[in-house]
Design a protein around this ligand. Structure first.
Ligand code: PCA
Length: 218
């Protein structure tokens, strides 16, 4: 692997909530080592555990020294690729994590700000995804579980490192997962991979985000 290219740290999660697979890790691992927009992708799997995921993320940030950090997680039931705009300083777990921890109303970082906005150009990424024929949306909540926790931690750690940009994308169920849930939306793994590649290309190419409508009323 070339050491001269700037790096993208791309993370996915292991299965949680009784599912046998987490497509976030399957899509992320497929991009490991790939060159995207003059950057080298380094993929890392995070456990769906509040404490351990944070430790692993900190170690990966120190080791990889990325220019861009993109976290990917599954939000089963969402119909589109969800570009998260905001991460909040809150853990409120509806189900226990994979280590059995179920924090309620705890901060991610004790003395951190209430929230961080994504520092990736989510509007440019959205536009690129839609132009490529992939369903995508801006999301204004990454939830209060491990994904929001890691999105917040990424933005917190990136804020302390000059020039490092960070963000998070939630992905739908795979077709095999949706097949067990009548009416649930899904996206094939190859399309998720294509979407991540396109989103990262747009992120690399865009330093000042575009002003495109992406809000929601509720
Ligand atoms: N999704 C969960 C945690 C791990 C994952 O892939 C979430 O949205 O918080």
């Amino acid at each position: 692997m070339s050491t001269s290219l700037p790096r993208i740290l791309l993370t996915g999660f292991d299965p949680f909530g009784g599912e046998p697979i987490n497509p976030s890790w399957e899509a992320v691992r497929a991009l490991h080592g790939k060159r995207i927009g003059g950057h080298r992708v380094v993929a890392r799997k995070l456990p769906t555990e509040f404490a351990a995921s944070l430790r692993l993320l900190q170690a990966a940030m120190r080791e990889v020294k990325p220019a861009i950090v993109l976290g990917v997680g599954q939000a089963g039931g969402r119909p589109q690729l969800s570009l998260e705009r905001v991460a909040i300083n809150l853990q409120d777990a509806r189900i226990p994590d994979n280590a059995g921890a179920q924090p309620v109303d705890e901060p991610v970082i004790a003395d951190g700000p209430a929230a961080y906005f994504s520092t990736l150009p989510i509007k440019a990424m959205l536009e690129a995804l839609l132009l490529a024929g992939l369903p995508a949306e801006i999301s204004h909540s990454a939830g209060t579980y491990v994904c929001n926790h890691i999105a917040y931690a990424m933005l917190h750690l990136a804020s302390k490192r000059r020039g490092v940009r960070a963000g998070f994308i939630h992905i739908p169920y795979l077709p095999t997962q949706a097949a067990r849930r009548r009416g649930a939306a899904s996206m094939a793994q190859a399309e998720v991979e294509r979407g991540l590649r396109i989103a990262l290309l747009a992120a690399v190419a865009t330093t000042i985000d575009r002003k495109l409508r992406g809000g929601s009323i509720a």
